[in-house]
Design a protein around this ligand. Structure first.
Ligand code: NAD
Ligand code: USQ
Length: 398
């Protein structure tokens, strides 16, 4: 299959590109390298020493004989080039990772809020309309987020995979309808993913596009078998207060002797998935696209759920790290339960990697190996969701 991987230089996109190439697919990465530019803006770098895209691709070819293409292109700004690229390459499928993905970054300023909306919504709409105008039957797999559902809306009922059956009262009695699960975003970034959902629903209905939306949980770990082949193929490891996600941050903090930065009580429950399962899930989704005319296929791309304070205690037991309860910079429920339906990927053969399976140690070892690259002043999350949340505990001085 010929596959365009949009955002293929990023944390999820690079290992997915290697995984698909390894599996024999013809992979072309499309990326504007904006994530690397944001590192420059934030004056921080991946904990792991990621190499330039050209070198990554050359090393992969030298090691495996397999070619990965690369097109430097901005999905939000360069519509005509993107449409021409589709006509030229005629891909069978597109995997869309190419969005600004950090909730804290999206909340740090009005500039960042507007950038996140402009980049994500315009980019996704450009992808959809380019597929329509190319006239090609390209299947689209998009990386969405569990955060579109929010936390707590459905009480103790499991969060379904995208759709909810509801009874609508009418003068003639109740009628049953299937609707998209109500959106309840907790950040401007998550808001863009809920807007993406409506774009997908429209283009699936109006133009019969074949679309799969993967509602992914928080990805942890860093290496896959392919990225581990050579240090020059290594994946990114974000640890800073904007882009670092909670479990990888705790592992890195433990490795450098920093207290684990629990926001508030740590009663927030979230969904998780290892990067090795991310790449497998994308492949499964590519192998099982919807038919033309079918509604958007939604999968919850999640393998387990954890409460933040339980994760902190787990890492503390494993490493001896201390735990710091910091004022929460976000506006989010202090405590929430989270039960998630995740049957579809299991039914299609996913054999998940769990936290208990030794990969925590692997991720900790990576953090230890590159600990001297860490800038301790970048660890504390400084992006606040509303005025008045700013605090300056001693830890904030790093
Ligand atoms: P990332 O920031 O590491 O990668 C995104 C890539 O997209 C970057 O290489 C960036 O340069 C590129 N990009 C952004 N805007 C672009 C544009 N306009 N044109 C071309 N390229 C563009 O993020 P990631 O962690 O790999 O996440 C990938 C996708 O998966 C995102 O859409 C994110 O919302 C989703 N996701 C990530 C996680 C996670 O924990 N990392 C969890 C759930 C969902
Ligand atoms: N948290 C801490 N301490 C930290 C960092 C985070 O307690 O040092 C808490 C946060 O307050 C939050 C939870 O941990 O309650 C998760 O935060 P996160 O930064 O790990 O994840 P989040 O902001 O939700 O975003 C990440 C990805 C995003 C993806 C999302 C999936 O950056 O792209 O969409 O996970 S989900 O959370 O399921 O929506």
């Amino acid at each position: 299959m010929k596959v365009l991987v949009l955002g293929g230089d990023g944390f999820c996109g690079w290992p997915t590109s290697l995984h698909l190439s390894d599996a024999g697919h013809d992979v072309i990465v499309v990326d504007n390298l904006s994530r690397r530019e944001i590192d420059l803006e934030l004056e921080v770098d991946s904990l792991t020493p990621i190499r330039p895209m050209g070198e990554r691709i050359r090393v992969w070819k030298a090691l495996t004989g397999k070619e990965i293409g690369f097109v430097h292109l901005d999905l939000a700004e360069e519509y005509d080039r993107f449409e021409a690229l589709l006509r030229d390459l005629r891909p069978d499928a597109i995997v869309h990772f190419g969005e600004q993905r950090a909730a804290p970054y999206s909340m740090r300023s009005s500039i960042a809020k507007r950038y996140t909306v402009d980049n994500n919504v315009r980019g996704t709409h450009n992808v959809l309309t380019a597929i329509v105008s190319s006239g090609l039957d390209i299947a689209l797999v998009h990386l969405g987020t569990m955060g579109v559902y929010g936390y707590g809306w459905s009480g103790s009922a499991p969060i379904p995979e995208g759709y909810l059956t509801v009874n609508v009262p009418t003068p003639d009695g109740e009628i049953e309808r299937e609707i998209l699960h109500p959106a309840n975003p907790g950040s401007v970034y998550h808001l863009t993913k809920t807007l993406d959902q409506l774009l997908f629903a429209f283009y699936a209905a109006n133009d019969q596009l074949r679309i799969t939306d993967l509602h992914q949980g928080i990805v942890w770990g860093t290496q896959t078998p392919q990225t581990a082949l050579d240090e020059r193929l290594i994946n990114r490891f974000d640890y800073d207060g904007d882009y670092g996600t909670v479990l990888n941050r705790f592992l890195m903090q433990a490795a450098i002797g920093h207290p684990l930065t629990v926001h508030g009580t740590g009663g927030q429950t979230r969904a998780f998935i290892h990067i090795r399962d991310t790449v497998r899930c994308v492949e499964i989704a590519l192998d099982n696209p919807p038919q033309s005319g079918e509604k958007v296929k939604v999968f919850n791309q999640v393998t387990e759920t954890y409460r933040v304070r339980d994760l902190a205690e787990l890492i503390s037991k494993m490493t001896g790290a201390t735990i710091a309860n910091l004022p929460n910079p976000r506006r989010e429920a202090v405590e929430n339960d989270l039960i998630v339906s995740r049957d579809k990927f299991l039914a299609l053969g996913l054999d998940p990697v769990y936290l208990s399976e030794g990969l925590l140690e692997e991720a900790r070892d990576i953090a230890l190996k590159y600990a001297d690259r860490a800038d301790v002043t970048k660890i504390i999350a400084r992006s606040v969701w509303r005025k008045g949340m700013e605090t300056s505990p001693d830890l904030m001085e790093g």
